[in-house]
Design a protein around this ligand. Sequence first.
Ligand SMILES: Cc1ncc(COP(=O)(O)O)c(C=O)c1O
Length: 391
Amino acid sequence: MANVFSKKPIVLTKGKGAVVWDVNGKEYVDCSTSYGVALLGHCHPKVVAAIRAQVGQLITCHGCYYNDKRAEFVDKLVHITPPGLDKVFLSNSGAESVECAIKLARKYSGKPEIIALMGAFHGKTMGALSATWDKKYREPFMPLVPEIKHVAPDNTDKIREAISEKTAAVLMEPIRGEGGVRIPPDGYLQKVREICDEQKVLLIFDEVQTSFGRTGKLFGCQNWGVTPDVMCLAKPFAGGLPIGITVAEENVMGAFKVGEHSTTFSGSPLVCAAGCAAVDALVEENLTKRAAELGAYFKGELERLQAKHRIVKEVRGLGLMLGMELRYDVLNVILKAAAKGVLVLDAGRTVVRLLPPLVIRKEQVDRVVATLDEVLGDEENERAGSSSVPN
Ligand SMILES: Cc1ncc(COP(=O)(O)O)c(C=O)c1O
């Protein structure tokens, strides 16, 4: 395989709910969930049953034919998307959902420019990469797609100043995930919506990481009562199978004419069967509410660790999308937590990111917190020994 992943020394072979096991039978509580994919937990029984039922029926069906499972999935999806966002393009990944949104914005407006945020992450295909901020992802691949510019986040004046007669859309994550789990200031998204309306530019929310109940609302933007014109979705929507979804208002999606955008795998019956089961499980099991409640508890416990460990600078998050910023590089903490049976992610160099599944149990949260407590304590002692804890 291409050497592009920052590998951890673990071979995972099995998963159930919030737990995964490695090849030696060692158990881990999984707060990494394949970077937010296994939001229903691993091998959710409804998803497994739906895949089993569909796999002997029809696996692939090109978008040029109609298909029952695809129709059922799209119907379920538009029942939960914010009102007005009911035209759907199906693809295979988060980056593809963003590619579609960028093309759509250009086609709809007839203008080239996309305004994105410094600190944003939108994926690594050329269009999505051009909207991603981090130079370590971008610089080796210059020149990128032109007319995509970045402005400082959390400042509506910067958005207003950046919009010109060339601007097609403003693209942003409601909460910046990879950028460090950054919650926008109160009123920010509402104001951006107002500016986009005034200036007649589209507002695109990349909800690849913030949707599907993760933040305690079905879609992250609903925490602020703001609806975009186009929304990008992916990760958990097919219960673990690859999916990307771009949803838009009818008049916006209508800008695409036949042949202007497509992908061979768009809306395969197998993925859509899994997607139907995933959306059903999310709604029937009331997991969004669970994310809000358990997320508040989890965040409170992390704040307790912040009060105890000087190396913890800040705890941020909403629902079960949580970040703990340390005063130094987090790699050791991540590796040590894994060695003790807890999988967590980074978000940039100094943030431990926790993306647990919505089905995680309270006692599993307690185990994660106890493990982080130990690991932070160890780190603090080691650094005190070498007197390298910064102030
Ligand atoms: C906000 C956001 N957008 C887009 C992507 C890209 O998704 P994918 O890796 O499925 O292409 C990610 C991936 O983490 C993401 O967090």
